[in-house]
Design a protein around this ligand. Structure first.
Ligand SMILES: Cc1ncc(COP(=O)(O)O)c(C=O)c1O
Length: 408
């Protein structure tokens, strides 16, 4: 089997300095392969000019990079003909774009916005803002004992007043995959629009937007091997065309007079100002890398690693996995707590052994309040992780309570 680690210079860099880093914080951001870094460099060394603005060769080369990556993104996500891809700076901006440009106009007093209690703040606070401004009501889907959203819960909560459903494809805390087919089917029966936060889905699952039929789908490039600073928003053209722009200025206009302006057609209408071209070029290379691996292979690899992670964590005394401890219908994001030890102390102690995981509320405070845990530790895997990384995590965890003076 190919050793993917060799493609990631950061992993080699730390390995050469010693034992290397056991990087298990992939839900926060992933490492970048050489091909992504080279694509960024290639843009700035050979193609750097402002896209869409010049009639000379270099500017046209930059425009070609931008539009080629847009096409590549469409192919990768199987974007239907009536859909469009907009580049933003991250998933948070993509979701804010939908909240401001769609939500603020389509939602009225008394309407209901349905979301899961497990949403990341980026797919929750913008809807709070819309609800407050428009007099709408936020309604929540709660989780079962396994930490999952069930179709029964959706049936119970969706009503004739539901105008919009905002839902993560995969929770960034529990790692559980949402029943999107049920959610989107039930929402569309009531003519409700569905905004899917694909930030933890796109890096790990095969996404077919034609089949999914979401109205909007948002994610970030940096969690799927791409550079930071590039976000993606898919939207159905029927919505995007009727929405006002989100940001105003250069590149998104058609004609400007002293007192008025008309706007460019899609997608430029939503891409004000100079785009992050280095990151867009890098994002194109990230898609190519994942295509080279194959999403089926990646899923098989992650499934094996996730099973091993759950098994190792499950065997350590005082460690409790939060939510589902089974390998089914999830990705390799696993939250856990250690009895008597604050998660921040856990990760600080793990850091001594160069094991990198995340602690805190993971931008999901309502979920932690619902689960009645102030914070959790979270380990998350990606294709370059190995069983050795997980063994190092488990070995380090075994020492945490002893390090703090407990008997075991
Ligand atoms: C489910 C989910 N949605 C949204 C975001 C926000 O992503 P970004 O910080 O790249 O905007 C994250 C980041 O952790 C996430 O996990």
């Amino acid at each position: 089997m190919k050793d993917y680690r060799k493609d990631f210079p950061l992993l080699s860099y730390y390995h050469e300095k010693g034992r290397g880093i056991a990087y298990l914080d992939n839900a926060a951001t992933t490492q970048k392969p050489f091909s992504v870094l080279r694509a960024e460099e290639e843009f700035y060394t050979h193609k750097n000019a402002n896209p869409h603005r010049g009639a000379y060769d270099l500017s046209m080369a930059a425009t070609k990079v931008l539009e080629d990556v847009r096409e590549k993104t469409k192919r990768w996500l199987n974007v239907p003909k009536d859909g469009e891809i907009i580049f933003t700076k991250n998933a948070s901006e993509s979701l804010n774009l939908v909240a401001y440009s769609y939500g603020m106009h389509a939602i009225s007093a008394g309407d209901e916005i349905l979301l899961a209690v497990s949403e990341h703040h980026s797919n929750l606070v913008p809807w709070q803002m819309v609800a407050k401004a428009k007099g709408a009501v936020l309604s929540y889907l709660y989780l079962d004992e396994e930490g999952r959203i069930t179709a029964e819960e959706v049936k119970k909560k969706i009503t004739d007043k539901t105008k919009l459903v905002a839902i993560a494809q995969v929770s960034n805390v529990t790692g559980c995959i949402s029943p999107l087919e049920d959610i989107i089917g039930l929402a569309h029966k009531r003519d409700a629009v569905v905004v899917v936060d694909g930030t933890q889905g796109a890096p790990h699952l095969t996404v077919d937007l034609e089949k999914m039929d979401a109205d909007f789908y948002a994610f970030s490039g940096h969690k799927m091997l791409g550079p930071m600073g590039i976000g993606i928003l898919y939207g159905k053209k029927q919505h995007l065309e009727s929405m006002p722009p989100f940001l105003y200025g250069g590149d998104m206009i058609e004609y400007v007079k002293e007192q008025s302006a008309t706007f460019a057609p899609l997608p430029q209408k939503f891409e004000a100002g100079t785009q992050n071209m280095g990151s867009i070029a890098g994002f194109g290379a990230a898609i190519a890398y994942l295509e080279g691996v194959g999403m089926k292979k990646l899923q098989a690899l992650e499934k094996e690693l996730t099973g091993y992670l759950l098994e190792k964590l499950g065997n350590i005394p005082y460690v409790s996995i939060v939510g589902s401890s089974g390998p089914e219908n999830r990705i390799g994001v696993v939250p856990f707590v250690i009895e008597g030890v604050h998660p921040h102390d856990v990760v600080t102690i793990l850091n001594k052994d160069s094991v990198a995981i995340r602690a805190g509320n993971h931008c999901a405070q309502p979920l932690h309040a619902y689960l009645k845990v102030p914070a959790t530790c979270r380990a998350s895997v990606y294709l370059y992780n190995t069983r050795d990384d997980i063994d190092r995590l488990a070995d380090s965890l075994k020492g945490v309570r002893r390090w703090l003076g407990y008997g075991a």
